[in-house]
Design a protein around this ligand. Structure first.
Ligand SMILES: Nc1ncnc2c1ncn2[C@@H]1O[C@H](COP(=O)(O)OP(=O)(O)O)[C@@H](O)[C@H]1O
Ligand SMILES: O=c1ccn([C@@H]2O[C@H](COP(=O)(O)O)[C@@H](O)[C@H]2O)c(=O)[nH]1
Length: 210
């Protein structure tokens, strides 16, 4: 099992374009391991749905940081992990896990990827995707209604009560931990430069530090 040549962290607000950037900057790389922070929400199997609906999912306390740290250490050492799966429609992990092997490139992406110091220390490069709040909320409404089984009223009320204030308190401040801030999400120039760099490291021509 290979030890990854490059570990990238991508943070930024909901709907900023983190997943899109992760996909685009690694296109053409043979083996990429994606570690979505969303899969590391705490296991809430002990709580009924009504209580799960009330949880603040944008606060750092909503995540199982210990498991994420353990899994990143394992991947960085070339070991396989059993990654949890998350079902947004029921606000909980599923009963399934996925066997995930370390790729040449490992990407951790999620709103609070740059929050935890131990996680940050495992990243060769730290990116923060900066996209205007109005664009992000429009994307989020579309996505949550179409893909995550929510209604418009619920998305708006969650946004105002927790998503926006937690973004301001916890997500946006992690920008200062980033090596690079990418404006307007997956813009062609940033994606092109990052993609070149990723390919350079994977081919052994460049060092992992950006
Ligand atoms: N640069 C972009 N231009 C237009 N749409 C985009 C762009 N980046 C992302 N999107 C769209 O916005 C939505 C959210 O993007 P995603 O990458 O999933 O965001 P995040 O992972 O930050 O929540 C998706 O439907 C995606 O296709
Ligand atoms: O059960 C849940 C878990 C999370 N959320 C929301 O998801 C986003 C993070 O996902 P992105 O893909 O980065 O948008 C976060 O803002 C949580 O509010 C949820 O609604 N329910």
């Amino acid at each position: 099992m290979p030890v990854p040549s490059l570990v990238i962290g991508i943070a930024g607000g909901t709907g900023a374009g983190k997943t899109t950037i992760a996909r685009e900057i690694t296109s053409g790389v043979d083996s990429v391991t994606l570690v979505p922070l969303d899969n590391y929400y705490e296991d809430r199997s002990g709580l009924p749905m009504a209580e799960r609906e009330e949880i603040n999912y944008d606060h750092p306390a909503a995540f199982d940081w210990e498991l994420l740290r353990d899994h990143l250490v394992a991947l960085c050492e070339g070991r396989v992990i059993e990654m949890p799966e998350y079902d947004f429609s029921v606000h909980n992990r599923t009963d399934e896990t996925t066997r995930v092997e370390p790729g040449e490139v490992v990407i951790v992406e999620g709103i609070l990827t740059l929050h935890d110091a131990a996680v940050r220390d495992m990243l060769d490069v730290k990116l923060y995707v900066e996209t205007d709040a109005d664009v992000r909320i429009i994307r989020r409404i579309r996505r949550d209604v179409v893909e995550r089984g929510r209604d418009l009223e619920g998305v708006v009320s969650q946004y105002l009560s927790t998503v926006k204030p937690m973004h301001e308190q916890f997500v946006a401040p992690t920008k200062r931990e980033a090596d690079l801030i990418i404006p307007e999400g997956a813009n062609d120039t940033a994606v092109g430069l990052l993609r070149e760099r990723v390919h350079g490291v994977v081919s052994g021509e460049e060092r992992p530090e950006f």
